[in-house]
Design a protein around this ligand. Structure first.
Ligand code: PMV
Length: 330
């Protein structure tokens, strides 16, 4: 095949971020915002990898890795493009394809750098689209593992949770220790709202900051991690039984733990206050924090619309999200 397409969803973390890096479980959901990737072979440039994204970054690489030419974007562009080039190189290497150039074009409707898993979804969709050029029947597990390897270029300690939920979709409990997941069934829909603080973060910096906190406060961290584990297991039961009030309470408890490990922000607290006043049952950071995004649970779809509109009135970009059960589409 000389052209192929794939798309993968963004995600939210409902419970357990950061602690999952240290082997804890986390509960995540894929959401109805996607990254689409179009890949094609470049027959006349067999040593080139070109990556373009509609977020305004583009660059070209040589496959031996010793050449990079920025085609579009500023100083930040290379950090966005490198893992995607890494993803392409990993696929070429696993398929033993040495004499083929690749161009990848990425279309994103996922806000960048606020904890919605845009980089994981880009890696998953890129691996799947490029792999399809050579092999029709790749397993999702194979795509996911290569995507995690590429993600490691940006953030060495990645738990892999983002790539798993983006690949397999739905609502999952991810086990940081065994790097495996189980799907969670729920008896009710979860009316969720996502709001952005407008403050972008670098996941790797926040993971390093939490690691520092852990090293300096070992006993405290161990106790917080135990509470996080307990919240996750109660949350699983509450989600399965459709007990919205309990899910909301547990989200609030999880937020307190995130505050204690130092990754919250005053804008996060402002958003959470607005959500509470607008009737949310629970609200917390989703993802690495330090600003980033907040996820709130409403009691009904109508209530979620009300919460999102009050957040927008206060100047915070917000939207309701649905869970995406499809995952990777290739
Ligand atoms: O990159 P984000 O903001 O989606 O956060 C990733 C979640 C962390 O638990 C902080 C890191 C990880 O690898 O699981």
């Amino acid at each position: 095949m000389s052209q192929a397409k794939a798309s993968a969803p963004a995600k939210i973390i409902l419970f357990g971020e950061h602690f999952v890096v240290y082997g804890n479980p986390a509960i995540l959901a894929a959401i109805d915002k996607r990254i689409s990737v179009h890949a094609r072979t470049l027959f006349h440039n067999d040593d080139k990898i070109v990556i373009r994204s509609d977020i305004g970054v583009a660059g070209e690489y040589k496959q031996n890795g010793d050449f990079f030419n920025l085609l579009e974007g500023g100083v930040e562009a290379k950090a966005v493009l490198d893992p995607l080039c890494g993803a392409v190189m990993q696929v070429l290497s696993t398929r033993n394809e040495k004499k083929v150039g690749i161009e990848v074009s990425i279309l994103s409707n996922v806000p960048l750098g606020i904890g919605l898993g845009s980089s994981a979804a880009s890696c998953v969709a890129t691996v799947a689209a490029v792999d399809l050029l050579f092999e029709k029947n790749t397993s999702r597990q194979h795509v996911c593992e290569i995507a995690i390897e590429s993600e490691r270029q940006i953030h060495k300690r990645t738990s892999g949770a983002d790539c798993y939920v983006s690949t397999f979709g739905g609502l999952i409990q991810y086990q940081g220790k065994s790097k495996s997941f189980e799907k969670i069934e729920t008896k009710r829909s979860l009316p969720l709202v996502v709001a952005s603080t407008g403050i972008k973060h670098k996941t790797s910096d926040l993971v390093i900051a939490v690691n520092r906190f852990k090293e300096e406060n070992k006993t405290v961290f161990d106790s917080l991690a135990e509470q996080a584990r307990d919240i996750c297991s109660q949350a699983w039961a509450a989600i399965e039984s459709g007990n919205g009030d309990r899910i909301g309470e547990l989200m609030n408890e999880n937020q307190i733990l995130l505050q204690q490990i130092g990754i919250s922000h005053e804008r996060v607290h402002d958003i959470i206050n607005i959500c509470n006043k607008a009737g949310a049952i629970g609200a917390k950071i989703t993802g690495a924090g330090g600003g980033g995004a907040i996820v709130a649970l409403a009691s009904s779809k109508l209530e979620s619309i009300k919460i999102a509109s009050q957040l927008k009135e206060a100047g915070y970009p917000s939207f309701e999200v649905e869970i995406d059960y499809k995952g990777l589409s290739a």
